[in-house]
Design a protein around this ligand. Structure first.
Ligand code: BMA
Length: 789
């Protein structure tokens, strides 16, 4: 037999240290202290205003989770308590007996509890030690270690960004964050199944645990093929080979389909099923190209952070919506960043179905980590467990040792504070690659990001490995992306505030101002708001009110990232990847995200949808790049024109272009088109097959744009309104912000430039009747025409 029973009912939460009287509050499992206290009305919403600052005590308190459950002997030989995730330093007590001590959020625990269970009422208690007490103790014993944040996250195996980040609040959680069950079983249990998938089959490494000596038959089935092994007494491991020569290959989206095949393994009464995809993956380390089924893939990606500070709130539905936003923007890859988690099984299963490639960092980020025995044992255990847990997923294509720790060692003045002590190199260069090679040799491992291929080569070397480009956000104008000729950009980002509706709902300042307390609190980056303004450079005017600040900084974010993406795509195949920092936010905040903390798309998202489209036209200093990231050659008659700001052609050219599949053609521009007579009154236009690239010859504040004029109609539709705009003058980057009128309203398009006579329809989804006069006026409808110095 083999039966699981969830133990998710009847939990209560009590504070067992500190001076607050919190006793037997109803608790949710899986969950955490913050969400329980919030549900009980004992704390204010941590995401609102600066409430976060009044909640630090939670991470400094010991907590007890307690439940009682009925149990009757069910004939099983073994009954195991299975704890899929405890956050973090915990003692587990069953019927008053301490049965486990844990100190790693990234592990699961299975405890044989049959001897302790009693017929009738049983009690289960998990006592969590205050995370800060534990890290204080560890830090005192080891000595402080360098890192950019004044938080001790490297001393505990817990999601690092839980301690705050330059986009996230410091909300240090405790709790039972993943399911708890009792597993009753007799005979045989499948203790570990490791499918090493090939293009034409799968090798299965199976380990069983058993309660008796009877021979056990292990059977594996996939795609109509079956393999079997009989394990005699004393033998607990088998390797089964299944050949599927006619398997249909699994491809990343944009390269083919994603056929998934259920793979089932049975042993006695236990069985295990996962959907696998047949494919190969290799990493060409010099060029840093990911090669799937023999074909190099240009990575168009997003960095992924935990979608909520309280990961138990991230439901499968929510993941599906967020992944939908990533793929609708044209992405084929998510990089699960090292300051977060090994994500849930649902996460990778969804990526398998959608053909989204997953780059998985091991959870180490931006700090020197201790390498003492305790840490090494935890790291090895969690790595072994998660490599095995995730290896059935075709979407997972690369393991990466850490985020920015090798860079930290090379560039962030760590040597002196380290004084010769270890900093984590033993994990990234030895332990983790050893674990991956032993358990899952089908996947490449890369020691860190950024990383240039050997430990002594500068991680900033763009000619090899991955780089992260932070010079732009930190100090340079975004056109500085144009000075890079990288192999693979695994991070680059530019901030913008969240949508208006998101800010309005999370900040109660009246009025909202760029420097009002709530807006300031919901900006976590060092000098973030100063950098937002500096980043406007010559591109857009200095805003002098909140609405303009919000609009220009959002617009500038969109332009900056599009500039970088377009540059890197134009360098294909020398450059084979661009992973934007970052897709999502974990709360409402001004950040580098394309989708804000309340799931609303920022202007960046819409601009990226153009920049990540399969076909792209993009101007650069020497001409125009015509990018074709499809499997078909692209034959097109490209038209090029120099126009005045009233749309009148001053010079024209036509070029027949053939762009081979998955390649780029560079088109040089004739001087008649490329050289302006009066830069402030002229622009450059390229068009092909309905695609367009446009470049102003001067920055917007000096462009002599006409005052925006247009005809507009607003018509009701089944789910909102259609806003038709016909341009009477050039309209530069028309945008509509209906969330200013109805927080639930969404719009399907943003940042559309129209020449006189051209039209666009914005489809607004809303339940409310929106006043057309408000919809068509400042600050809801915007163009850059008004952007005067
Ligand atoms: C990189 C990331 C994150 C950070 C981002 C923005 O360092 O790896 O740590 O949030 O830049 O500063």
């Amino acid at each position: 037999m083999s039966t699981y029973r969830r133990l998710h009912d009847g939990w209560t939460l009590s504070a067992i240290t500190g001076d607050r009287d919190i006793t037997s509050v109803a608790a949710t499992v899986p969950g955490c202290v913050h969400t329980d206290l919030l549900a009980a009305g004992l704390i204010d919403d941590p995401y609102r205003d600066d409430n976060e600052t009044r909640l630090t005590w939670i991470g400094r308190t010991d907590w007890s989770y307690r439940t009682a459950f009925d149990w009757r002997p069910d004939g099983a030989v073994r009954t195991d308590l299975v704890l899929a995730g405890l956050d973090t330093v915990a003692a587990v007590h069953l019927n008053g007996v301490r049965i486990a001590d844990t100190a790693n959020m990234h592990r699961r625990y299975r405890l044989d509890v049959g001897a302790l269970l009693v017929e009738g009422a049983n009690t289960l208690e998990v006592v969590f030690r205050a995370p800060y007490d534990y890290t204080d103790e560890r830090q005192a014993a080891y000595g402080p270690l360098p890192g950019p944040y004044d938080e001790p996250y490297q001393f505990i195996r817990k999601m690092a960004c839980n301690f705050g980040w330059d986009w996230g609040p410091t909300l240090v959680t405790s709790g039972i964050w993943r399911p708890v069950s009792l597993h009753s079983w007799s005979g045989t249990r499948l203790a570990e199944v490791r499918p090493q998938v090939r293009a034409d089959g799968v090798d299965l490494h199976v380990r069983v645990e058993r309660t008796d000596d009877a021979p056990v038959t292990v059977t594996a089935t996939v795609a109509g093929r079956t393999a079997e092994a009989v394990l005699p007494a004393g033998q607990d491991e088998a390797v089964l080979r299944l050949d599927v020569p006619d398997a249909r290959l699994w491809w990343p989206r944009g390269y083919g389909e994603q056929p998934l095949y259920p793979l089932t393994v049975t042993a006695g009464a236990d069985s295990w099923t996962r959907k696998i995809g047949f494919r190969t993956v290799q990493l060409d380390p010099d060029a840093f190209r990911l090669i799937i089924n023999g074909r190099p893939v240009f990575v168009k990606g997003f960095n992924w952070i935990p979608d909520d500070c309280f990961p138990n709130r991230v439901t499968p539905d929510r993941l599906a919506r967020r992944f939908g936003q990533a793929i609708d923007a044209g992405a084929n890859t998510l990089r699960v960043w090292g300051g977060g988690l090994y994500e849930t099984d649902d996460f990778y299963a969804l990526a398998d179905e959608l053909g989204l490639l997953i780059w998985q960092d091991f959870p180490f980020a931006c700090a020197a980590y201790p390498e003492d025995d305790l840490m090494r044992a935890e790291v090895e255990a969690e790595a072994r467990e998660n490599v095995v847990r995730l290896m059935s997923h075709p979407s997972l294509v690369i393991w990466c040792g850490n985020n920015e720790n090798i860079e930290g060692y090379q560039h962030w003045d760590w040597r002196e504070p380290l004084a010769g002590r270890d900093w984590g190199a033993g994990f990234y260069f030895d332990l983790l690659p050893r674990v991956v090679a032993e358990l899952d040799p089908t996947r490449p491992y890369w020691p860190g990001s950024p990383y240039s291929g050997t430990p002594d080569r500068d991680v900033h070397d763009p000619s090899t490995g991955t780089i992260h480009i932070w010079t732009v956000w930190g100090r340079e104008d975004y056109t500085f992306y144009g000075t890079y000729t990288p192999r693979f950009v695994a991070e680059f980002g530019f901030q913008g505030p969240p949508t208006y509706a998101t800010l309005r709902a999370s900040v109660s300042d009246e009025p909202l101002a760029p420097d009002s307390p709530g807006i300031t609190h919901h900006q976590k980056a060092t000098d973030g708001n100063t950098k937002l303004l500096r980043g406007l450079g010559e591109h857009l005017p200095r805003p002098d009110n909140f609405a303009d600040w919000h609009y220009y900084t959002q617009l500038n974010q969109a332009r900056a990232i599009a500039y970088g993406v377009n540059r890197f795509r134009a360098l294909m195949p020398y450059c084979m990847g661009t992973i934007v920092w970052q897709l999502n936010d974990c709360w409402p905040v001004t950040s580098w995200a394309a989708v804000d903390g309340d799931a609303r798309r920022k202007p960046l998202w819409y601009e990226l949808r153009r920049s990540y489209a399969d076909r792209l036209l993009t101007f650069h200093d020497d001409g125009l790049a015509v990018v074709n990231d499809t499997d078909q050659p692209w034959r097109t008659d490209l038209t090029l024109a120099r126009l005045d700001v009233h749309g009148q052609p001053l010079a024209k050219d036509a070029v027949a272009v053939v762009v081979a599949a998955r390649s780029v053609v560079q088109v040089r521009l004739a001087d008649a088109v490329a050289v302006p007579g009066d830069p402030s009154r002229e622009l450059l236009l390229a068009e092909a097959d309905g695609l367009r690239a446009m470049r102003m010859f001067a920055e917007d504040p000096v462009m002599d744009y006409p005052v925006a004029d247009f005809d507009a109609t607003v018509e009701p539709t089944a789910d909102g309104v259609a806003v038709h705009i016909t341009a009477l003058t050039l309209l530069r980057e028309l945008a509509l912000f209906p969330d200013r009128l109805d927080p639930a309203a969404t719009v399907d398009e943003q940042l559309v430039t129209l020449l006189p006579g051209e039209s666009v329809t914005f489809h607004v989804t809303t339940d409310r009747p929106l006043d057309p006069a408000l919809l068509l006026a400042y600050p809801v409808l915007r163009t850059v025409n008004e952007a005067r110095p």
